[in-house]
Design a protein around this ligand. Structure first.
Ligand code: ADP
Length: 309
């Protein structure tokens, strides 16, 4: 195989109760990444987007993740990476993760898959570290494994794929502002009260249980953030109102996707999802806030090969 084109999807993370450890792979919105072997032993990036993302291999996460992978193998050739961005950077649905994970997935395929999924997560995390300042695998893990994932450890990468209830849907509304993960992490407090830690641990445990039992009532009580959301909500226009409207329309839970500004709602009924999307987009329209809004099922397969030759 000399060339491969992949679709690397968006993802939502944290899910209110699992800061930095829970992630869900989305079906729509994503980068299209084409990687070709080239004779010269170098990495070239062509980024096809409206966002002024650098093509420097030391500044674009695709180049950073690719170099992390290539340090661990010997090749006689180089790679040309073309990225068609489908996710706006700084939107809270894993724009950088889609590029880094999609690129290392594609290169691994071109090398006949010497690396495991956990290796690919490790290489992708170098890109995440570069843009956000800290290592975290919550976006890259669900894209590489598909479905809903729990990152148990990033020291020695250990990620658990959780069950995805078949009827679970995600409604995303993204006000058109950019929040850099690095900035959004600054409002997160370093110290928390033990009572909050206890409550959040209980929420996370019961959320995981609700995925196994498909108990949406329990899910609704569990997808609650007592630690980060109280500080981050002010960064997002109309967050409280969007939450209220979505709950009124039947959302199971509502929270901040990743570091924002995207807001996610969960639903287990497509009519309810459509209703939520309509209400929240109407609300932003009334206030002249530009937005992107969509509904996605959970993508259980992750990165998809579009063509290869
Ligand atoms: P997101 O959660 O959407 O990935 P981040 O703030 O974590 O948002 O990352 C966005 C930052 O990463 C922007 O400054 C952007 O220029 C930079 N970046 C570098 N390479 C890429 C890439 N291939 N795709 C998206 N963003 C990238």
């Amino acid at each position: 195989m000399d060339s491969i084109k992949v679709f690397s999807p968006g993802s939502i993370t944290n899910l209110s109760c699992g800061y930095d450890i829970l992630g869900v792979c989305l079906q729509n919105r994503g980068d299209e990444i084409t990687v070709k072997k080239i004779d010269k032993k170098e990495i070239i990036i062509n980024s096809n987007d409206d966002y002024n993302i650098s093509e420097d291999i030391n500044k674009n996460v695709a180049g950073i993740a690719a170099q992390a992978l290539l340090k661990n193998t010997k090749t006689k050739f180089g790679f040309e990476i073309e990225i068609k961005k489908g996710i706006k950077p700084g939107s809270g649905i894993g724009s950088s993760a889609a590029s880094s994970a999609g690129t290392v997935f594609a290169i691994n395929q071109l090398l006949d898959s010497p690396f495991s999924q956990m290796d690919l997560i490790k290489f992708s995390m170098e890109g995440e570290k570069f843009v956000s300042g800290t290592y975290h695998a919550d976006n890259v893990a669900p894209i590489i494994l598909g479905g809903i994932t729990l990152v148990r450890s990033i020291d020695e990468i250990d990620v658990i794929k959780l069950p995805s209830p078949k009827s679970l849907e995600v409604i995303i509304i993204r006000p058109n502002i950019e929040i850099k993960t690095s900035d959004s992490r600054k409002v997160v407090k370093n110290k928390i009260k033990i009572e909050k830690m206890v409550q959040q641990s209980a929420n996370l445990g019961s959320f995981v249980s609700s995925l196994y039992t498909e108990d949406y009532g329990l899910m609704s009580k569990s997808v609650v953030d007592v630690i980060v959301e109280p500080n981050r909500r002010i960064l997002i226009p109309e967050f409280d109102k969007i939450k209220e409207i979505s709950k009124e329309d039947g959302a199971i839970a509502v929270g901040i996707s990743g570091s924002g500004p995207s807001i996610f709602s969960l639903s287990n009924n497509s009519t309810v999802s459509e209703k939520i999307l309509k209400s929240v987009t109407n609300h932003y329209e009334k206030l002249n806030i530009s937005y992107d809004g969509f509904i996605s099922k959970v993508n259980s397969t992750g990165i998809k090969i579009i063509e290869s030759n």
